[in-house]
Design a protein around this ligand. Structure first.
Ligand code: NAY
Length: 290
């Protein structure tokens, strides 16, 4: 469960249906070319909040079929509809996913008690390892150290995908809960996450920067701080460009230029304009020269 995991994009056809062939290519690319330790399926990068249940279920099936047991697989099954989350969680478990993950319930301003009962219910009814997915920048839900502690005490909650930038809180959490697994979630701060106590990271850009991220992770395990810093600076050149154009769209464009059928975005996400495509293509050159 440790190391570098790609938050997988989902390739769609132009009509919004799942691009089965493209999805398999993206899975293969991440395992065979990037060499990442795991895949996180159906997260924010995966556009799963734009999909219906049947499509999310199909996504989980195809990825498992293609990946087999080659890498760790975590299925993001969270949904505002608790029955849907439980059904998807049980499907993922039966398919052989190593763990489930669920976004904190969003949109409504749920109380912490409500958030906690959501995780209690999903874990009770799926009985499979659960990674809490906290991403305040998208959900607006911030939790305190005590809140995290209460969630980590729920049976089967094994860790947190900590897509937050408060690193002193992360350091404290890892000190308090050394046996739980914490994943960093801002790819331009991978170095800082690992130094702050994260066991690994889950990020979108590892579909392109997986090798550098793995090298950075390994450098830190060997206390090669200077090497790790250089790798982070190299990665951040690409990440900054992606953020200025649109991370998910740029990922798909660059992968396609590299020969991986990453498909289209799901409505209402827009495709890149011609000018943005030109800017995104510069990343192809940067990666090829590195
Ligand atoms: C997911 O569920 O797709 C994630 O892991 C999200 C992590 C990403 N954050 C967002 C907001 O998409 O990888 C990061 C992010 O794309 C990267 O740091 C570049 O900004």
């Amino acid at each position: 469960m440790k190391g570098i995991m790609t938050a997988l994009i989902t390739p769609f056809n132009e009509d919004g249906t799942l691009n089965d062939k493209g999805l398999r290519e993206v899975v293969r690319h991440n395992i065979d070319v990037m060499g990442v330790d795991g895949l996180y399926i159906g997260g924010s990068t995966g556009e799963s909040f734009l999909m219906d249940e049947a499509m999310r279920s199909e996504l989980l099936k195809i990825v498992k079929e293609e990946a087999g047991d080659a890498v760790t697989l975590i299925a993001q099954i969270g949904s505002l509809n608790i029955e849907e989350a439980i059904r998807l969680g049980n499907e993922a478990k039966e398919l052989g996913y190593d763990a489930l993950s669920a976004i904190t319930p969003y949109y409504y301003k749920f109380s912490f008690e409500e958030i906690k009962s959501y995780y209690e219910r999903i874990t009770e009814e799926t009985n499979h390892p659960m990674v809490v997915y906290s991403i305040p920048v998208l959900t607006g839900t911030q939790m305190t150290i005590d809140d995290y502690g209460e969630l980590l005490a729920i049976p089967n909650v094994v860790g947190v995908k900590y897509s937050d930038t408060n690193l002193s809180r992360l350091t404290k959490l890892k000190e308090l809960y050394p046996d739980k697994v914490f994943y960093g979630g801002a790819d331009d701060m991978l170095l800082q996450f690992i130094i702050s106590g994260a066991d690994g990271a889950i990020g979108s850009t590892y579909s392109l920067l997986g090798k550098q991220a793995k090298a950075l992770f390994d450098a830190l395990q060997n206390s090669e701080l200077k090497e790790a810093k250089n790798l982070q600076l190299e990665m951040n050149q690409v990440i900054a460009k992606m953020e200025s154009i649109g991370v998910y769209q740029t990922l798909k464009h660059v992968l396609k230029e590299q020969g991986v059928d990453a498909g289209f975005m799901k409505f209402p996400f827009k495709e890149l304009t011609d000018d943005e495509k030109r800017q995104a293509s510069e990343i192809v050159d940067i990666l090829a020269s590195g």
